[in-house]
Design a protein around this ligand. Structure first.
Ligand code: NAD
Length: 356
């Protein structure tokens, strides 16, 4: 009973159904509207865009909609799902791979359909990850500013060759594997930690225990999902294993790192450089212009004062190719929802079974 209730006319012709798109940025609107117009007109979807994030307060915006379409910082917890369900919303469509922001069990209890975009251009995130590594290593972020100010001094811009350095990849899924392939081209030695081993990685590097990976790597990069078991994977204890002065990169989810502990490790020099595209309390900061605000998050503000820290605002996915694939897969998911057919990207409903 997951398909939209008022979509089917008796003659089998479909009527339009509305989807409230939260956290909609101009680029989301462009790619979603384009794919709707070019390839899915027969689905008769009406997209209603909202720049606001989904929260208990914003659920009324989805009134009259059969489904909502959300992104990484939208809150899809049990109270939000209940409010949506009471309004008649029966589908949740994530425009991302990670699903740590949705309560799947609550969605199942409410009989909802939930689908995500499990795979979209892993190279988009992988290439951005390597961009962070190279920027921090060769200090191009600092060189850019110096040259603009007429400062041609090279002191403190000293980097190292990537060639023959050891990079530890935590989580070798689609993105971790794409990172491994790029770094192999640089001539890096690759180590990986993942509870599930991927055959394709074995031709590029070797699997090891997390502790050994942290001890041996010059650069550690995180690519595992955020779950209860991976929350604060980088904490006081695991940091003790890290090679002194190693670089740490996180383009996965902010909650993988205990930020307070990492700040202390930067102060002591245990961490030599830190590249973050994600931050554990990013939801109240990212995706908006806050340049005229007094930012209240002192932990975040401390982070950005370090010369060896580079923070970006969850943009690793932001390429033409990735946005186009996200839009296409989202519409394929909507098609399954509308047709009541099995959806391989479903997390709840659509033939999906959730693990306990
Ligand atoms: P994936 O599911 O293909 O791979 C995740 C890998 O992590 C799997 O191989 C899994 O076995 C492994 N893993 C699970 N638990 C682990 C643990 N405890 N320790 C180490 N490894 C573990 O996912 P993916 O497509 O490669 O994406 C990885 C993550 O990247 C996503 O979960 C998402 O949070 C993040 N992401 C970020 C952006 C961005 O814009 N910054 C974009 C897309 C995805």
């Amino acid at each position: 009973n997951n398909s939209p209730h008022d979509m089917q006319h008796t003659k089998g012709q479909k009527s339009a159904f509305k989807v409230a798109v939260f956290s909609a940025q101009p680029y989301d609107r462009r790619f979603l509207s384009q794919i709707n117009q070019d390839h899915f007109q027969s689905l008769h979807v009406e997209l209603v865009y909202y720049s606001s994030t989904l929260s208990q307060e914003s659920t009324p915006l989805a009134a009259c909609c059969e489904a909502v379409c959300v992104f990484v910082n939208d809150c899809v917890d049990e109270p939000v799902l209940k409010l949506l369900s009471e309004q008649g919303v029966r589908g949740v469509f994530l425009r991302c791979a990670g699903f740590n922001n949705i309560d799947l069990k609550a969605a199942e209890r409410l009989g909802m359909f939930v689908a995500r975009v499990p795979e979209y251009s892993p190279e988009a995130v992988a290439e951005f990850t390597v961009a962070l590594m190279l920027t921090l290593n060769r200090r191009t972020h600092r060189a850019y500013n110096r040259i603009r100010e007429g400062n041609f001094d090279l002191n403190s811009l000293l980097g190292f060759n990537m060639h023959k350095k050891t990079v530890g990849i935590v989580g070798v899924g689609k993105i971790g594997l794409a990172v491994a392939r790029i770094l192999k081209g640089f001539g890096c030695n690759l180590l990986a930690y993942d509870p599930y081993e991927e055959e394709d990685f074995k031709a590029l590097g070797s699997y090891t225990k997390l502790e050994d990976l942290l001890q041996q790597s010059d650069i550690v990069t995180l690519h595992c999902p955020l779950m209860d078991s991976t929350t604060h994977l980088i904490n006081r204890d695991s940091l003790k294993c890290l090679k002194k002065g190693a670089m740490l990169i996180n383009t996965s989810r902010g909650g993988l790192i205990d930020t307070g502990v990492v700040i202390n490790a930067l102060k002591s020099g245990q961490i030599g450089a830190l590249g973050l595209d994600v931050y554990e309390n990013e939801a109240s900061l990212f995706y908006r212009d806050r340049s005229s605000d007094i930012i209240q998050d002192d932990v975040f503000q401390r982070l950005v004062t370090f010369p060896n820290v580079l923070v970006t605002g969850h943009q690793a996915f932001l390429t033409e190719e990735a946005l186009s694939e996200i839009a296409e897969t989202t519409f394929q998911n909507l098609q399954h929802f509308a047709d009541g057919t099995v959806c391989k990207n479903a997390l709840v409903g659509g033939g999906a079974k959730i693990d306990d």
